[in-house]
Design a binder for this molecule. Structure first.
Ligand SMILES: [Fe+2]
Length: 218
């Protein structure tokens, strides 16, 4: 992988490639960039399509075609995937992916509060409940997690952090990147950035985005 990609990810938390490598599959691109991760059985590539209705314990089941709240992916896992790679199959400029830099969240809410805020998955996984911090030093970085659907506060500082993060998110100005054209590709540092899908406008129901998780870059 070129030094440039690593530099940009390090500086911005994401990198966007317009109409990237039209002859390559998302798997080829992901394997070129880093080490892929299969989050669940036969789930290496997930195809994300808007759904007005879905199971109640999913974003689509709760929010349907409305905008999704900011989150990091699989925030209720003890070790969430480090990166997510999104690749456009059918896209629209007016359905942007929104991103918030976790560094700004830390500046606003303070590391002290976020690092002490204990959360737990809303539903136990594998019969056990893990206690998770919103912010934790891992390797040489500060890993951020957030998900208002799948995580809930489990301590008094957690309750405080919950209110402050929600308040800050409701007022912050996200970066909007549109996966508008086929093969537009977006790599996001999932330990740093929060992201959200904006609302699916009428006529945009055919949107289709592929996703692959990476546990590291080469
Ligand atoms: Fe997501």
């Amino acid at each position: 992988m070129s030094l440039n990609i690593r530099d940009v990810i390090c500086k911005s938390g994401y990198i966007f490639f317009r109409k990237y490598q039209s002859n390559a599959s998302i798997i080829e691109i992901a394997e070129h960039l880093g080490k892929t991760l299969v989050p669940w059985e036969s789930g290496l590539v997930q195809t994300l399509v808007p759904r007005a209705e879905a199971t109640p314990n999913s974003y689509s089941g709760i929010y349907g075609l409305n905008d999704f709240p900011f989150h990091s992916d699989l925030a209720h896992w003890r070790t969430p995937p480090r990166y997510l790679l999104l690749r456009c199959i059918v896209g629209f400029a007016d359905v942007p992916t929104l991103m918030i830099d976790g560094h700004n969240l830390i500046d606003a809410v303070t590391l002290d509060i976020l690092a002490r805020a204990i959360f737990k998955p809303r539903r136990p996984r594998d019969g056990s409940v893990s206690l998770l911090r919103l912010c934790q030093p891992v390797e040489d970085i500060m890993r951020v997690r957030w998900d208002e659907v799948f995580l809930k506060p489990a301590s008094r500082i957690g309750e405080i952090a919950n209110l402050r993060v929600r308040e800050w998110l409701s007022a912050c100005k996200p970066t909007a990147i549109s996966l508008a054209e086929t093969h537009d590709t977006l790599l996001i540092d999932n330990w740093r950035m929060l992201h959200a899908r904006s609302a699916i406008l009428p006529g945009r129901e055919t949107r289709a985005i592929e996703r692959v998780y990476l546990e590291a870059l080469h």
